[in-house]
Design a protein around this ligand. Sequence first.
Ligand SMILES: *[C@@H]1O[C@H](CO)[C@@H](O)[C@H](O)[C@H]1NC(C)=O
Length: 346
Amino acid sequence: MSNFNRLVVSVLVASFMCTTEAAAATYNVITFGAKPDATMDATQPFLHAWVSACTSVQQSKIYVPKGRYLLKEVVFRGPCRNQIKVQIDGTLVAPSEYRDIGNSGYWILFIHVNRISIVSGTLDANGAGFWACRKSGKNCPVGARVRNLRIVAPYLSPNTDGIHVQSSTGVTITSSSIKTGDDCISIGPGTRNLWMEKIQCGPGHGVSIGSLGRDFNEAGVENVSLTHSVFSGSNNGLWVKTWARPSNGFKVDNPIIIDQNYCLDNQGCPSQGSGIKISSVSYENIQGTSATEMAMVFDCIPTNPCTDITLRDIKISSVNSRTKPKSYCKNIGGKTSGVILPDNCL
Ligand SMILES: *[C@@H]1O[C@H](CO)[C@@H](O)[C@H](O)[C@H]1NC(C)=O
C-alpha cells in the first residue's frame, strides 16, 4: 500500500471471520447511491449501508463492488445487532486534500462495534499532498497512527507481511496483534521516527528492518523504536537484514539478529557484502527463550562493520534446558551493561 503515511484505520473492536454466511442480508453500497468512480463523495451512501447492516437482526454483509469510492472522514458507530462482514472488492479513496480529514487523527473509524470482519479491499489514503506538507516542515496534521489492529494470515503464507512501512516519517503502530507468514512488521527504506509499542508478533518472521540495500541509491532507516512487545512463534525477534529463509518454527528461533549477509535464495548477491552501514542500535531489557542455540546473531562484514551496538539487560535462555544458548558476533563494536545472557561477544 503506497499511501500508507496518511492511512489511519482504527478498529476498536475484536474481529473474527463470519463462518455462517447463508443467512446474511447483503447491503450493496451502490444501491445506497455510491458511485464507483471516485468523483462523487460516497460517505453518505456508505453510512446508510452501515446503518442498515448495523440494525439488521440477521447477520449482514456490506458489499463494496469493484471501483473507486471517495470516502471523507467517517465514523461507523456501533453497537450493532448482529455480525457484520464488510466485503471490499474495490478501493476506498481518501480526499486528495488532506485537510478534509482534518486533525481528527483518523480517516475511517469503527467504534463500539463487536464481531465485524473486513475482508480484502484496497485503501488508498491519497497521501501525496500530506507528504509535501510534511516535507516542507510546515505545521501539518499528525502522522499515521495504526492501533488496535488484528492481522491474521496463515503462518505458511509466503511473503505476506503484516504491515510494511516505507518512505514515511513519524508513524506509530501500537497495541496490535500480528500473525502472518512473513514479517509481522517490515521496515523499508526511507523510514524515520517509527514507534512500535505493545506489538504481539507470531507466527511470523519478526519485526524486520530491511531488506535494505537492494537498490544502490536508497534512503536510509533512522530512529526506529520497539518496546513492550511479545514475540512468540516467530522465527526472528528483532531482525535487521541488509540484502535464509523458511523454517516456520513455533518458537522464536533467532531472538536478536543483524544479518548483513542477507541474500534471498542466494541469488545475485552471494559474497558481495552489504553496502549498508548499521550503527547505533540498542537492545535493552529483552527476555525470552530461543528455539535454536543461536540466541543472538550479529553477522556484520569487515568492509562495513556494525558500530555502536548497545546491549543492556538481556536474558535469553534456551527452550531446551539442556543446551546453552550462544551468541555469534562478527565485525561488531559497541558496549554492554547489566546482565547479558548468553555471554556476549562485544
Ligand atoms: C525518534 O522518534 C521518536 C518517535 O518514534 C520521536 O519522538 C523522537 O523525537 C525521534 N528522535 C529524533 C532524534 O528525531
